[in-house]
Design a protein around this ligand. Structure first.
Ligand code: R5P
Length: 294
């Protein structure tokens, strides 16, 4: 290494050539640190600017649910088509092989269950040191605007953003819709914008009418949650509309793992997200693949 002899002298200094102007491909992220950009690039494919996140963090609030009875059996087959895995540290450590190269959206809020009427009272459920040990690409915190736990949820979010900023780990702010919260464009406009202004680097919300207004008014990338299981064609239509109305990705769970053929479904969603397939093309693909993966 420290050879004195045989050194090849530099000769091309590119004199007169302007330095490379770099602007980052994700909305609102030009002024964040290199490490954060690098993590975001694992989540959002730099070629398409989009992300297909596979969510299987449902157990943290509802225990086993259909399709996630055995994470070790249902998830591994789906990983190759996802860009990012959204899960709890317990699910990842026990059921997911660490020798895979997908981004990790680590579920970091906890504190309530489906047994409660009001699920808005959460705490920060993961230390930043453990998130780093898990090699998290982003930290996911749920928020509940208008609910009893609103203030605590905002506190959880801003504290996690501050911790994440120390180590250049982005935070994914999740807009929750509890029983008492409206699923209107007015609500999602307010909640998504608030989360971005608190410093979340990614915001997850639900698709709704006037979705273009929501993606336009939110200064950071938005991904949509899938929500309850609907027929495959409907889920593909929702993903298509969301992407074409400004979403930077979809974070789907039940519409994948509760599909009659999860592997075919994730490939069809991928074709919408990354190849801009129409819902008709993607559904046709789903039908074809369904036969293949019987
Ligand atoms: C919310 O943050 C949940 O924990 C899920 O990650 C999210 O709702 C996405 O899953 P699904 O597509 O089943 O709604």
């Amino acid at each position: 290494m420290a050879d004195k002899d045989g050194i090849i002298l530099p000769k091309d200094y590119g004199i007169g050539i302007k330095p490379l102007q770099q602007s980052f491909y994700l909305k609102g992220m030009d002024n964040v640190d290199w490490g954060m950009k690098n993590r975001l690039s694992k989540i959002f494919n730099p070629k398409t600017g989009k992300s297909l996140m596979l969510a299987f963090d449902h157990g943290y609030i509802m225990g086993p649910t259909q399709g996630l009875e055995r994470l070790d059996l249902s998830i591994p087959d789906l990983i190759e088509d996802a860009d990012c895995l959204m899960a709890t540290r317990g699910a990842l450590r026990t059921c997911i092989n660490p020798a895979q190269d997908k981004a990790i959206a680590l579920r970091c809020s906890a504190g309530s269950s489906v047994l409660r009427e009001d699920m808005s009272r959460e705490v920060i459920g993961v230390d930043i040191e453990d998130a780093i040990r898990m090699n998290a690409s982003c930290l996911a915190i749920q928020t509940f605007m208008g609910a009893e736990g609103e203030c605590k949820a905002i506190e959880n979010l801003v504290k996690t953003i501050d911790m994440g900023n120390r180590y250049s780990i982005p935070v994914l702010g999740v807009v929750a819709v509890g029983k008492e919260m409206e699923r209107t464009a007015k609500y999602f406009l307010l909640a998504t914008r608030m989360l971005a202004e608190f410093g979340a680097s990614i915001v997850k919300t639900y698709y709704c009418e006037d979705f273009e207004k929501i993606t336009s008014a939110c200064p950071v990338p938005i991904v949509i949650a899938g929500g309850k299981k609907v027929p495959e064609k409907e889920a593909l239509e929702m993903a298509y509309r969301a992407i074409n109305e400004g979403a930077a990705g979809v974070d789907m769970g039940r519409n994948v793992f509760q599909s009659e053929n999860p592997k075919a479904m994730i490939k069809a969603i991928k074709a919408v997200v990354h190849e801009n397939n129409t819902p008709e093309q993607a559904y046709k693909l789903f039908e074809e693949l369904k036969e293949e993966y019987k």
